[in-house]
Design a protein around this ligand. Structure first.
Ligand SMILES: [Zn+2]
Length: 249
């Protein structure tokens, strides 16, 4: 009795294990083929390996908006005055695109910081600007190890998808060493950043468009057109009419 029960249970367990692993494999490959279908936590774990393989090569975006061009390094749109580099969860940058900190953007940022300090805001001279593809890879991987992929995706860009890789994005730090979130300073940035050619890139109410939670501290250098964009109340995606939102997988 004991033996036969054990044998039965063992056989049942083996059968279940074989079935479930077959189903998993079939399910995940189907989802990868049809990337539009929603992914379960299991399949998104499976996908992470694929993403690693993908991001080490040049990005290929399937649905490129008519207004968007690609030069092998980055996607861009034609602004009113300048070419506007775009980097979001739909439009990645090439891993080899490594422009460093944009000098014009940096000098405007230093002016903005000095003016905020002069007006009494607790802003540090320190800021977080350019990040190479490789440094973003390390940063993102640390977050994934620490909090898991799903959580990491909520606050950190995957390598190739960070606007910091453009050399045109800067995170402001306060005098305690934290990202700037204080209400007065945040409002000042919304009202005044355009005067230095910047926009507050990730704003409240625009999460579906930008793909990010609000970040009062993250400034994106645009140049002259920052005023029009800022006045419009639109996200960068809405203003130029290009696709944003979350990762497709
Ligand atoms: Zn940032």
């Amino acid at each position: 009795m004991k033996y036969s029960t054990l044998l039965f249970l063992t056989a049942a367990a083996l059968t279940l294990a074989a079935c479930s692993s077959k189903q998993d494999t079939g399910g995940s490959s189907q989802e990868q083929a049809a990337s539009s279908s929603p992914t379960s936590s299991q399949s998104s774990e499976n996908n992470s390996e694929d993403n690693k393989a993908q991001v080490s090569e040049n990005p290929e975006v399937e649905n490129v908006d008519k207004t968007v061009s690609y030069n092998g390094s980055y996607y861009s749109v034609a602004g009113k005055y300048d070419e506007i580099v775009i980097a979001n969860k739909h439009y990645p940058l090439s891993p080899s695109y490594n422009p460093g900190e944009n000098p014009t953007a940096k000098s405007e940022l230093l002016k903005l910081i000095a003016d905020m300090q002069a007006q009494g805001y607790a802003i540090s001279d320190q800021y977080s600007g350019f990040r190479s593809y490789d440094s973003q890879t390390g940063l993102y991987q640390n977050y994934v190890n620490q909090d898991g992929k799903e959580a990491a995706d909520r606050y950190s860009a995957r390598p190739g998808y960070s606007e910091h890789q453009t050399g045109l994005a800067f995170d402001l730090i306060d005098s305690s060493g934290n990202l700037v979130q204080e209400a007065g300073a945040s409002q000042w940035l919304l009202d005044n950043a355009y005067k230095y050619g910047f926009i507050v890139r990730y704003q409240a109410g625009k999460e579906a468009s930008t793909g990010y939670m609000p970040e009062s501290w993250h400034l994106r250098y645009i140049g002259k057109e920052a005023k029009e964009i800022s006045d419009s109340g639109l996200s960068l995606e809405e203003y130029y009419g290009f696709t944003g939102g979350d990762y497709t997988e």
